[in-house]
Write a protein that binds this ligand. Structure first.
Ligand SMILES: NC(=O)C1=CN([C@@H]2O[C@H](COP(=O)(O)OP(=O)(O)OC[C@H]3O[C@@H](n4cnc5c(N)ncnc54)[C@H](OP(=O)(O)O)[C@@H]3O)[C@@H](O)[C@H]2O)C=CC1
Ligand SMILES: O=C(O)CCC(=O)C(=O)O
Length: 411
């Protein structure tokens, strides 16, 4: 089942649980606007190359649409649609005043030089600048993009609209980025994990963890788990996977990855097959890379007792069913990885106020938002006698439906 079909299925189930009016259900499913643009750039050798860029703006009932921009070869319209819809429910679960959007370009950023990436980002921004805005749609980083990408978008957008730091979040601190945003998604993942484990009388320091993906989210989650005494026993990236049953030395692994660009060849670990990462022996599995990685092919072999969805839609509906029958507890993406967009909201607020928060305040507020959202989500699970995924979906969908109804439809 593709990402959009899976996301729509979860939404419909939540709508049924809530007893949502069928007309509102239909209106919430249809995206506000779908943008598809051609982006042609000269490569460094002078030859031309064309890419397709997308921005899907899903819903704006609760505020400006918000979501990352992904550079990845597998970016396609259905996936961007699904990710945009997930952002709508995620911002509502986090209770921040935003709607949902997502964008992407179907390219492999590793095949492009820095100047080619800059040209591509600027062309994409030229094509969509009239359709985004500080109060309409605010992009941020996602897979394959980073603070530098946001700086190029800010610069290109500002040529048309005047200096606009709040047009993107996740930008460099020197351009108005927020302290704590780079770590925020991984940090939020750890706060979310602690909140869940506390329900079971468990602590990070007593448990073993396997992490798929060692980019922004995976590396920060791994570092913070290690600092809290948790044992990270396996980690993977696109080049391979490494394991150590006694726990990997994460700071040393981070500097090895920074130096070599790879995890493999790390002295303090054994190499393992990447496919085995998801079924590796551990207490807690944290997917931090692509969607759909847990599916009917591997779900039955998962050994973890807890799955924390740091990636977006890592678990397809077949796997959801198999894992829940096995008693595996899954903390859903639209809550577990909401720390990134929550600190993006703090960044946007700081830009609008023209005032900078210190990092301690950012992290304190992030913990407050993540903890409150967890209790709200659990409240929905109790009221509707449902699992954590449906607790999160009913929480998010109900808030968006209420905002939609309050705004009304009068033309
Ligand atoms: N950045 C953010 O603020 C947020 C991100 N997310 C989600 O988290 C996930 C990761 O995003 P982010 O960390 O930003 O992305 P990055 O591009 O920074 O990192 C992605 C990581 O995944 C690895 N990877 C890619 N393909 C595979 C594969 N097939 N097997 C194993 N590892 C793989 C990459 O390997 P390599 O290092 O070798 O390239 C890299 O380590 C995505 O699903 C994203 O949507 C969710 C909320 C916010
Ligand atoms: O920080 C943001 O605005 C969005 C982050 C994002 O793309 C996500 O949560 O999936």
């Amino acid at each position: 089942m593709n990402a959009l079909a899976a996301t729509n299925r979860n939404f419909r189930q939540a709508a049924r649980i809530l007893g949502l009016d069928s007309k509102i259900e239909k209106s919430l499913l249809i995206p506000f606007r779908e943008i598809k643009v051609e982006c042609t750039i000269p490569k460094d050798d002078g030859t031309l190359v064309s890419y397709v860029g997308f921005r899907v703006q899903h819903d704006n009932a609760r505020g400006p649409m918000k979501g990352g921009i992904r550079y990845h070869p597998e970016v396609d319209p259905d996936e961007v649609n699904a990710l945009a819809q997930l952002m709508t429910w995620k911002t509502a679960v986090a209770d921040i005043p935003y709607g949902g959007a997502k964008g992407g370009i179907g390219c492999n950023p590793k095949d492009l030089s820095v100047s080619e990436l800059e040209r591509l980002t600027r062309v994409f921004t030229q094509k969509i600048h009239d359709l985004i805005g500080v109060n309409t749609d605010v992009p941020a980083p996602d897979m394959g993009t980073n603070a530098q990408t946001m700086a190029w978008i800010l610069d290109e957008y500002s040529k048309f609209h005047g200096h606009s730091p709040a047009i993107v979040t996740g930008k460099p601190i020197d351009l108005g980025g927020s302290l704590g945003r780079e770590a925020a998604t991984g940090c939020g993942v750890v706060y979310a994990t602690e909140a869940l484990l506390a329900e079971y009388g468990k602590h990070v320091k007593d448990l073993t963890f396997a992490i798929q993906g060692f980019g922004n989210v995976g590396a920060w989650a791994g570092k913070l788990i290690h600092e809290r005494g948790g044992k990270v026993v396996a980690v993977s990236d696109i080049t391979g996977a490494v394991k150590n049953p006694n726990g990997l030395d994460i700071p040393a692994l981070l500097s090895h990855k920074e130096k070599t660009g790879k995890l493999i060849d790390f002295a303090g670990a054994d190499v393992m097959n990447s496919d085995e990462l998801l079924t590796h022996e551990c207490d807690v599995l944290i997917p931090c890379a692509l969607g759909g990685v847990l599916n009917r092919e591997n779900a039955d072999n998962v050994k973890a007792k807890f799955i924390i969805e740091a990636a977006n839609h890592p678990t397809d509906p077949d796997a959801d069913e198999i894992l829940s029958k096995k008693g595996v507890v899954i903390l859903p993406d639209i809550y577990a990885n909401a720390g990134g967009v929550t600190v993006s909201y703090f960044e946007w607020v700081q830009n609008i106020q023209g005032f900078m928060w210190d990092e301690e305040k950012v992290n304190r507020e992030l913990k407050k938002y993540m903890t409150r959202a967890f209790h709200n989500l659990k409240g929905m699970c109790h009221s509707h006698n449902c699992n954590l995924r449906m607790g999160a979906f009913t929480l998010g969908v109900n808030r968006v439906a209420r905002a939609t109804q309050l705004r009304g439809w009068e033309a």
